[in-house]
Write a protein that binds this ligand. Structure first.
Ligand code: NAD
Length: 433
């Protein structure tokens, strides 16, 4: 059993800290916000993530998972300190390292024994050396430390499962002994562990996210070509995905990618590349295609209604993907903005993200209790997030409640022929309707 400390208690810090506690380690999670910390002790979580609440409560009660706001209490006793703070986009698209820097200073000031600092945040290439430099400069005594990069690959919505069943663990360090000690923490998970240098580990994270975003943008470009040429992108993706060299994942055409990672990570990689004299044309195209997807959806609503002026548009789904309440860079916010800019009034519903959505959309939209309320009196209904709940709606009732039966399926969750038979004017992404 090792003593672990996690700095940053968001999607990554809280999930990985709790899962490491569940593997038998003694874990302290450090939060800056006292109220959040007190709530966590009572089992009240700041985020929604399937299975996490029960895991936090169980490990807290078992005395393996602790919450504090005090760096001294969290760091002094730890053998490993994980940095899991946010690295949002800066003004030029670069990753903003303010929180990482603060965390490194906090660690330096509180370290009293040899410590391995593990960077889980997604950070620009070279940030491991940056963290090491800060700790060297600000540590109080001459305490030994090593920095290990350990990028995180969990997906919101299945984060606990992903942590417990990783495809791989990536570690980067110049200190092989420190890297091996971190690798030992993961041995119960029985997965391939790749140990490399700091910069390569940091790049693996950016390259992985950029590649996944590229796959989605690729199929979205194919979907708009399908639309013009009368092919069905769903079958195209299925046919491509059966090829073992391609595989089926991340080939769903729709309104594009969003969330807290892909947008900022693709931007940050493009920024780093450009700053170092490269021409990241593919990354730029990947981002541009993604923006186009939002515009394509709005264009479909406009085409179906003639004009958006004074139209009532219902939006189903607000979170950037199902099974999370995360609204960061969610396609819904951009789509709602475009719809309102053209004069539409917007009514919304999401199974989980309603509370978080209020912080992003304020009182600019009408919040509804359920999908049927959204449909009531709407001129068009737009599916933005593919929650399972929306796949099982009583579509006859939905159509009857609407003022005009216009259904724009931004995630291809319905069958075009069925929707047509039910009397909808139905449009989707890249399929003949
Ligand atoms: P988040 O915003 O959910 O959580 C970050 C937490 O860090 C917040 O609770 C914030 O209050 C806290 N924090 C910031 N500065 C702090 C400080 N100095 N001391 C203590 N706490 C501090 O972010 P997240 O989604 O968990 O992402 C964290 C990092 O992991 C990012 O770099 C992200 O790119 C990366 N990542 C995220 C995911 C994901 O799916 N969310 C997946 C893989 C990697």
């Amino acid at each position: 059993m090792a003593n672990l400390c996690f700095i940053g208690v968001g999607y990554v810090g809280l999930v990985t800290g709790t899962c490491f506690a569940d593997l038998g380690n003694n874990v302290t999670c450090l939060n800056r916000d006292r109220e959040k910390s007190e709530n966590l002790k009572k089992g009240i979580l700041p985020i929604f993530e399937p299975g996490l609440e029960e895991l936090v409560q169980r490990n807290h009660q078992a005395g393996r998972l602790h919450f504090t706001t005090d760096y001294g209490e969290a760091v002094a006793n730890a053998d490993f300190v994980f940095i899991a703070v946010g690295t949002p986009s800066g003004q030029g698209g670069e990753a903003d390292l303010t929180h990482v820097e603060e965390a490194a200073k906090g660690i330096a000031a509180s370290m009293v024994k040899p410590t391995i600092v593990v960077n889980k945040s997604t950070v620009p290439i070279g940030a491991g050396d940056f963290v090491a430099g800060i700790i060297s400069r600000y540590r109080k005594a001459d305490v030994d430390f090593a920095v290990v990069s350990n990028p995180e690959f969990l997906r919101e919505g299945s984060a606990v499962h992903d942590f417990m069943n990783p495809d791989r663990v990536v570690l980067g360090a110049s200190d092989a002994v420190a890297a091996q000690k971190v690798a030992d923490l993961y041995t119960p998970l029985k997965c391939p562990i790749l140990i490399t240098d700091l910069r390569t580990a940091e790049m693996i994270k950016y390259a992985s996210n950029a590649f996944l975003a590229s796959r989605i943008s690729f199929i979205n470009e194919i979907s708009s070509i399908c639309e013009q040429l009368g092919a069905d992108v769903k079958d195209v993706a299925r046919g491509m995905g059966l090829d073992k060299r391609i595989g089926p994942a991340f080939l769903d055409a729709g309104v594009g990618w969003g969330g807290s990672c892909f947008p900022k990570d693709v931007k940050a990689l493009e920024h780093m590349a450009a700053m170092h004299g490269c021409h990241p044309q593919l990354l730029r195209a990947v981002m541009e295609i993604n923006k186009d997807q939002r515009r394509r959806l709005v264009m479909k609503v406009r085409n179906a209604l003639g004009s958006l002026e004074e139209a009532r548009v219902g939006v189903l789904g607000l979170s950037f993907k199902p099974n999370t309440d995360d609204m960061r860079e969610a396609p819904s916010t951009e789509i709602i903005h475009h719809l309102q800019n053209e004069g539409a009034s917007v009514r919304v519903y999401d199974p989980v993200a309603m509370q978080v959505a209020r912080r992003y959309l304020n009182d600019r939209v009408e919040y509804c209790e359920n999908a049927y309320e959204v449909a009531r009196g709407s001129d068009a209904l737009v599916v933005v997030t593919e929650w399972n709940e929306f796949k099982r709606l009583d579509m006859v009732r939905i159509r009857e409640l609407m003022r005009k039966p216009v259904l724009i399926d931004g995630r291809n969750i319905y069958e075009p022929s069925e929707m047509k038979n039910l009397g909808f004017t139905y449009m989707c992404m890249g399929r003949p309707c």
